[in-house]
Every structure is written in structure tokens, then in C-alpha cells.
Design a protein around this ligand. Structure first.
Ligand SMILES: Nc1ncnc2c1ncn2[C@@H]1O[C@H](COP(=O)(O)OP(=O)(O)OP(=O)(O)O)[C@@H](O)[C@H]1O
Ligand SMILES: [Mg+2]
Length: 158
């Protein structure tokens, strides 16, 4: 039996925090599918295709990781992929309320699907895509906050 978990998010772009969650998840699950949500109204720095391409480059050495995009209800997508598990990362308390609401709603929609929370490393717990983008836009140094592939692509955008 292969245990496959889905790690959904915007990943605009992937940070060291996200990467840490993927690596931790590989210790627990046989296969991890990192899935970029197509979110029409959210204005983004990178297109979904660019985000997927960067993450494929970052995780090229991980045979047990797959990267793709999805739209529609998360629970429908998880079922389509034959999985029963969603992975979410937790930083500090600010993530808790939103994640709690989403988990309960997903559980109501799909009682057979569970959400597993992974706690990030302490060195990454303050990192969010939004804040990394803000720092980069203002000319700050983002090395160490995002994988090198992402830092390179962000420099071309700012
Ligand atoms: N530094 C981090 N450590 C642990 N989990 C994280 C970290 N950053 C994001 N996550 C988690 O990864 C998942 C996907 O998050 P998302 O794509 O919203 O990233 P984000 O960094 O929060 O971006 P944004 O600032 O755009 O909201 C969520 O479960 C989120 O809590
Ligand atoms: Mg977020």
C-alpha cells in the first residue's frame, strides 16, 4: 500500500518553509504531491506554470515528489488523485484559525479525508511568500529564505 499525501497551496513562490514541509512529509508518506491551486482572482507574482516549473527544478532529485496544479474543490481533487490525506504547514498562531476552519469544512465535505499538520523548523517559521515578495520588491536580500532557483527568478521580476 502506497501512502500518498497532497500538499496544496499557492506557492507564489515556494519558500524554504514550504520546502521544509515537503522534506518532513517525505519521512511520513511514500509519495507527496505538491499542488498549486489555480486561483483566478488572486494577483500573483508568478504564473501557475512558472511556479510548477520552479518547484520541479527544486525537487528534481526527489523521485517520490510530484508537482502539478489543480482547480476546484480541494477534496474533489484529493479523491481524484486517490489520496485521503492533505498536508498543511503550521507557522505561528496566525495560521491556526484559518487552517482550523478549512479543515473542519473539508471534513464536513469529505469525512474520509484527513488533514495532517506539519510544524516547520524554527528558522523558517516567520517566512511567508507574501513577506518574501515584499522584501524583494524593496531591494532586500532574500537569499536563504527561498531556494536558489526562486531567488534567481525573483531577481528577474523585481
Ligand atoms: N514557513 C512556513 N513554514 C511552515 N508552513 C508554511 C510556511 N509557509 C507556508 N506554509 C504552509 O504552506 C501551505 C501553503 O501556503 P501558501 O501557499 O499560502 O504559502 P504562504 O507562504 O502562506 O503564502 P502567502 O503569503 O501568499 O499566503 C499552508 O499550509 C501554509 O501554512
Ligand atoms: Mg498563506
Amino acid at each position: 500500500m502506497t501512502r500518498t499525501a497532497i500538499y496544496p497551496g499557492s506557492f507564489d513562490p515556494m519558500t524554504m518553509g514550504h520546502l521544509n514541509i515537503v522534506k518532513r512529509s517525505l519521512e511520513v508518506f511514500d509519495q507527496v504531491i505538491v499542488s498549486v491551486l489555480r486561483h483566478p482572482e488572486k494577483q500573483a507574482m508568478f504564473t501557475v506554470e512558472e511556479r510548477v516549473a520552479m518547484m520541479r527544478e527544486i525537487l528534481a532529485g526527489e523521485a517520490r515528489v510530484e508537482i502539478e496544479s489543480f482547480d476546484g474543490l480541494l477534496v474533489d481533487y484529493v479523491r481524484r488523485r486517490g489520496s485521503h490525506t492533505v498536508i498543511r504547514g503550521l507557522r505561528a498562531v496566525q495560521d491556526f484559525e484559518y487552517e482550523f476552519q478549512m479543515t473542519m469544512m473539508n471534513r464536513r465535505l469529505a469525512p474520509d479525508i484527513d488533514t495532517v499538520f506539519m510544524m516547520t523548523d524554527e528558522e523558517y517559521f516567520y517566512i511567508a511568500s507574501r513577506t518574501v515578495k515584499e522584501v524583494a520588491a524593496l531591494g532586500g536580500d532574500i537569499s536563504g529564505l527561498v531556494p536558489e532557483v526562486v531567488a534567481r527568478e525573483m531577481r528577474t521580476k523585481c
